[in-house]
Design a protein around this ligand. Structure first.
Ligand code: PCA
Length: 325
C-alpha cells in the first residue's frame, strides 16, 4: 500500500510538472547580430511582443541582440541545428552556400526601396525554397538603408581606394575589395567599432545606419552616398520548432511576421535621411560621390552581375527576368 501511494504521488508530481510546463508556454531563443537601438532590432522586439500578446503568453521569444548568444555568421547554423529556434541574419552573408542568397548585394542591381521590393518579390520564392531545404522557414525580410562608401580619407575615384584596409561583411563586399585592389578583412557589425579604433580598417561599404550605430566618425570622416544596393536581414524559424506549435499560435507568428515586414520596410526608408543627418551632425562630410567614382563603381557592378549570373544559372536568370521583365 505504501509503495503504491508513493508511486501515485510520484506520478502526480510528474503530471503537475507537465501541466505547469504547458501553462508556462513555449519559449524560443532568438539570436540576432545588430545592436539594441538599431531599427531592425527595435522591429524584432515589437515582433516578439506582438507574438506574446497574441498568444496570451503561450509563446515567448527572448531576443539576444548584437551577437550576444551567437555571432552573426553562427546564427544560421544555430537555428538549423536546433540550438536556437528562431533567428535573424543578413542573408547575403551566406552567398557562398547559395548564390541566390547574394542577389540583393550585387552593386547597382536594385538601388531604391521600390526596386529592392521588386527584387525581393522576384527572389523570395527561390530563397524560401532554398532555406526550406535547410530546415528553415522564412518569416520576413527587411532591407538596410542604401549602401555607400565610408572612408578615412577623401576619395574621388576607385583608384583612391587601392590598398585601403577594407572591411567586408559578406562575400560580395570582399569581391569588391579584390576588384578595387583593396585588402579585405571580414568583420561583422558588432566588431566594427573596435576594428576602426585599432586601425585594422579604414574604408568599407555599409549603410548610414551602421555608420551611426558604430559611431564611425571617430576615425572616418567621409561618406559617399552612392546607394549601391539594399541588403536584407531575413528572420527565419526552425521548421521543427514551428511545426510543433498549435494552429492558433502558428497563425499568430505569421501575422506578427507580416506586420513586422511592413513596419520594417517603412522604418528603414523613413530613417534613411535621419541616419545621414546624424553622420553630418557628428562632423562627417556626406557626398554623392564624383561622377568618375560613380561610373567606375557601376562598371564593378556590371562585372559582378555577370559573375553572379554564371554562378546562379537558370534560377538566377529566372529571378532577373522576373525582376526586370
Ligand atoms: N549594415 C550591416 C550590413 C549592411 C548594413 O547596412 C553591416 O555593416 O554589417
Amino acid at each position: 500500500m505504501r509503495a503504491t501511494l508513493a508511486s501515485f504521488a510520484a506520478a502526480a508530481t510528474l503530471v503537475a510538472a507537465h501541466v505547469t510546463a504547458a501553462a508556462q508556454g513555449v519559449k524560443w531563443d532568438m539570436p540576432t547580430a545588430y545592436p539594441a537601438g538599431n531599427f531592425h532590432t527595435v522591429n524584432i522586439l515589437m515582433f516578439a511582443k506582438d507574438v506574446e500578446r497574441a498568444t496570451g503568453g503561450k509563446l515567448t521569444i527572448t531576443v539576444h541582440d548584437n551577437g550576444s548568444l551567437f555571432k552573426a555568421n553562427e546564427i544560421k547554423r544555430a537555428v538549423q541545428s536546433g540550438q536556437a529556434q528562431i533567428g535573424e541574419v543578413i542573408i547575403s552573408n551566406f552567398s557562398n552556400e547559395n548564390p541566390l542568397f547574394g542577389v540583393d548585394s550585387i552593386p547597382f542591381l536594385a538601388t531604391s526601396y521600390a526596386d529592392a521590393r521588386k527584387l525581393w518579390n522576384a527572389s523570395r520564392p527561390a530563397i524560401e525554397a532554398a532555406l526550406d531545404k535547410q530546415g528553415l522557414k522564412v518569416l520576413y525580410a527587411v532591407p538596410w538603408p542604401p549602401q555607400g562608401i565610408f572612408s578615412a580619407k577623401p576619395i574621388g575615384s576607385v583608384a583612391d581606394l587601392k590598398g585601403a584596409k577594407w572591411r567586408a561583411y559578406n562575400p560580395n563586399t570582399s569581391r569588391i575589395a579584390q576588384l578595387i585592389g583593396a585588402q579585405s578583412v571580414t568583420i561583422q557589425a558588432a566588431e566594427l567599432t573596435q576594428a576602426l579604433a585599432t586601425g585594422a580598417v579604414n574604408a568599407f561599404m555599409t549603410s548610414a545606419a551602421t555608420g551611426y550605430d558604430s559611431k564611425v566618425w571617430e576615425q572616418v570622416k567621409y561618406f559617399y552616398d552612392v546607394a549601391a544596393w539594399l541588403p536584407k536581414n531575413v528572420v527565419f524559424v526552425s521548421k521543427r520548432a514551428f511545426d510543433a506549435l498549435d494552429e492558433p499560435t502558428k497563425q499568430a507568428v505569421l501575422k506578427a511576421a507580416a506586420d513586422a515586414e511592413v513596419r520594417g520596410w517603412r522604418e528603414s526608408e523613413e530613417k534613411t535621411a535621419w541616419y545621414l543627418d546624424q553622420l553630418r551632425k557628428n562632423g562627417m562630410t556626406v557626398d554623392k560621390g564624383s561622377p568618375q567614382l560613380r561610373s567606375e563603381l557601376r562598371a564593378i557592378g556590371e562585372t559582378m552581375i555577370q559573375e553572379w549570373s554564371q554562378q546562379a544559372g537558370a534560377q538566377g536568370a529566372a529571378i532577373l527576368k522576373a525582376y526586370r521583365p
